[in-house]
Design a protein. Structure first.
Length: 219
């Protein structure tokens, strides 16, 4: 199921929210309609929260069916609150904006090439995935340069053949290029998706939605 929406007039949904197969973390101040649109489209439970009081949850956390990793900026009360619903862990050290720097599904993860060894090990152990370092479209912030589900991968249109082939090898899924919100190459910033459906910013065109649906296996 697909829907188009925005958060307070902003179409970069991936900056403000983060989803898995079972849950979506949304800003605490999101209105009822926004929560319902997201929850229904993805067929998930909605967890309203914040990270260090911030609403840019999508930049600061990521996860899969095994749990969520969140920036070390998260305070104890927020960590406890989210932990009532999902298994969660702080990612400490540099590059802790997990949503920006980690692209992950239930089988594998691609991370910022500057991610420290200790963090790579923690990511792999906590999310129970094989972890690889790399870039997409030459960008190190792989979590915003692509979207991955358990059915497909949509990536930055300037991804090289080497990067595309490597993503195919890492995730063993169909990989394709695309854009969101009338030409934005940062597909992870404008798209929330799992294997059951997706939600996209209101500015996204029908052609872009067609590429999304093909790449992520909805058609």
């Amino acid at each position: 199921m697909a829907n188009q929406t925005d958060f307070r007039g902003n179409s970069v949904l991936g900056v403000y929210a983060r989803c898995t197969e079972d849950f979506v973390l949304l800003p605490r101040e999101a209105d009822r309609q926004f929560k319902q649109v997201i929850g229904d489209a993805l067929d998930v439970d909605v967890i309203p929260t914040s990270v260090d009081g911030s609403s840019i949850i999508g930049c600061l956390c990521c996860g899969n069916s095994n749990g969520h990793l969140v920036s070390e900026r998260v305070n104890d009360a927020e960590l406890e609150e989210i932990g009532k619903y999902v298994r969660i862990k702080r990612l400490e050290g540099i590059l802790t904006a997990a949503g920006n720097n980690i692209l992950v599904n239930d089988t594998a993860a691609l991370v910022n090439p500057n991610m420290p060894d200790r963090a790579v090990e923690e990511i792999g152990e906590f999310l129970d995935v094989e972890v690889y370092r790399g870039t997409i479209g030459g960008l190190k912030t792989v979590g915003m340069a692509a979207t991955v589900t358990n059915k497909g991968v949509l990536v930055h249109p300037r991804a090289s053949k080497f990067e595309l082939d490597r993503l195919d090898e890492i995730f063993s899924l169909h990989v394709d290029i695309g854009t969101v919100n009338m030409g934005s190459p940062l597909v992870g910033s404008g798209l929330l998706a799992n294997s059951k459906g997706y939600v996209i910013g209101r500015e996204t065109t029908g052609h872009e939605m067609g590429r999304i649906e093909d790449a992520l296996g909805y058609i």
